[in-house]
Design a protein. Structure first.
Length: 507
């Protein structure tokens, strides 16, 4: 059989369902090819809607709330706490993604999803009826807990909700929801804000949560709670309080860095966050109960390089937060138009990963993992070179395909890297932890990226053109390192595959 026939991203082949087992059709070792029609067909449509809907709810809410906040502040007051709305939400999301495994061990798939959608809906309703800014902040935290749990569950539950040959397409569908949310959130938020209806917008989010939650009992398999030895993400041990506290503090520090003024202050807070992340890694390496899989810290494992590459790719997404600013100040675009120009990155991410998820050959997938960061970095570099004061209209139009290409770099690599993480072990507990950690790495990286972008903007020292170039060139340099981590992941993955292959006399 050709080495390029089917991708097996980790040292262990994903647990196969009845239709996934080699030899079930065609030549020995053949695997039925996955199709979008199968994923969205009657058998798997419900699960796909629940998995994707959970991610979409949290993604839309980030940018929808950002569009609504000016109107809410005008109604409630508390302008000094404006930035904390995003901070509280993102930190709560990060914390909740790390508790995904624990929720699965306690409540199972259906119970965990009901808790996630329920928490999100309650938080959304609380936002809608908030009488003062303090209540709105607490409500945003509740929303964030629900959104983070739903994001983590999507990547963890996909292992059992879908057959392994559909993991890549399922992951592509879920991660595309981040892009859809980044595109639809500002549009919906702007529409509600146009009529001063910020409270109904949060009610709409609650309705979305309730609607998706109603599908859960029928869409996901009705199983009892996993046995202790099978609980994904922490069934055998207690909650990793030490590691959880350190990474939560790091996430909080990163979010604060986006709020404090002054480049030195921002850099100092980022430094504290990096120290806390270093402490997190040390705690994880020697702790009995951990957040990331044990294989992440083993010498020669590809998993750490997979997570680092995912982190670099999603770090680049944070540039979207500042692209509308550059469009307004440098090209004179109206706010709504500037927001849609910035969403070209998310559009490229979403469209490309839907198409790229059909690639299955070993060599092709390895190339996409490396090509993704290269394309992302190249797009940001070119975008930086295209920045001009008083940008003419024709040049603004060139921005769109360039930003789309940058987003396409994320879309080409992200689903294959996600499947590599999910397939890194046969152990159900470690596999669940590996899958849930994808959402944790994604949320942390976006938070770090937003804070770093804020520092780079300040380096512009009042010049918006310089600020734009610092951000775009800086992000291009950082994202380019993803090609190195992806190459390291491919090299380690090949070594693991060779080590796991049976000897000739065993075949």
């Amino acid at each position: 059989m050709s080495a390029d026939h089917h991708e097996s991203p980790g040292p262990a082949t994903p647990d196969a369902g009845p239709r996934d087992r080699p030899g079930s059709r065609g030549a020995p070792g053949a695997v039925e090819p996955a199709t979008w029609r199968e994923l969205l067909g009657r058998e798997h449509l419900g699960a796909a809607v629940v998995l994707a809907g959970g991610v979409l709810a949290g993604a839309i809410n980030i940018y929808l709330a950002a569009s609504l906040l000016p109107t809410a502040v005008a109604d409630l007051g508390g302008a000094s706490f404006y930035a904390w709305n995003m901070t509280v939400y993102l930190v709560a999301m990060v914390v909740a993604t790390m508790l995904t495994g624990r929720s699965l061990s306690l409540w199972g798939h259906v119970g965990s999803y009901l808790a996630g959608f329920g928490t999100f809906a309650v938080g959304s309703l609380a936002c809608a009826v908030s009488p003062v800014m303090a209540v709105l902040l607490v409500s945003r935290g509740i929303q964030g807990l629900g959104a983070g749990l739903l994001s983590g569950l999507g990547f963890a539950v996909i292992r059992s909700a879908l057959p392994s040959r559909l993991w890549t397409r399922g992951t592509a569908l879920m991660s595309a929801m981040y892009g859809v949310g980044n595109f639809a959130g500002p549009a919906l938020g702007g529409l509600f804000a146009q009529f001063g209806a910020w409270r109904p917008a949060f009610v709409a989010m609650a309705v979305l949560g309730v609607g998706c939650g109603a599908l859960v009992p029928r869409a996901l398999p009705r199983t009892q709670r996993p046995e202790r030895s099978e609980r994904p993400g922490g069934g055998r041990g207690s909650v990793p309080v030490g590691a959880l506290s350190l990474v939560t503090a790091a996430a909080g520090a990163v979010s604060v860095a986006g709020i404090v003024t002054g480049t030195l202050a921002k850099a100092a807070v980022i430094g504290v966050a990096l120290l806390l992340m270093g402490g997190f890694v040390l705690q994880e390496r020697r702790g009995g109960s951990r957040i990331l899989p044990r294989a992440t810290y083993q010498r020669g494992s590809s998993l750490k390089w997979v997570y680092l590459t995912i982190g670099v790719l999603t770090f680049g997404v944070a540039v979207e937060s500042f692209l509308p600013l550059f469009g307004q100040r440098l090209a004179g675009l109206p706010p709504l138009v500037a927001g849609f120009f910035a969403a070209a990155v998310s559009l490229g991410w979403s469209v490309t990963q839907i198409a790229g998820s059909s690639v299955t050959g070993h060599r092709a997938v390895r190339r996409l993992r490396v090509l993704g960061p290269v394309l992302l970095a190249a797009g940001l570099l070119v975008q930086g070179l295209l920045q001009r004061a008083d940008t003419p209209g024709w040049l603004v139009l060139v921005w769109v395909p360039v930003l789309f290409a940058a987003g396409a770099g994320i879309g080409l690599a992200y689903p294959h890297l996600s499947v590599a993480a999910m397939s890194s072990t046969r152990d159900p507990e470690e596999g669940g932890r590996a899958a849930a950690a994808i959402a944790t790495v994604t949320s942390l990286s976006i938070a770090f990226g937003t804070a770093i972008a804020g520092i780079l903007v300040n380096l512009g020292d009042g010049s918006m053109l310089d600020a734009a170039r610092y951000v775009l060139f800086g992000f291009a340099a950082i994202c380019a390192t993803g090609a190195l981590t992806a190459h390291a992941a491919n090299r380690s993955n090949r070594a693991e595959s060779i080590a796991a292959a049976p000897l000739p006399q065993d075949r």
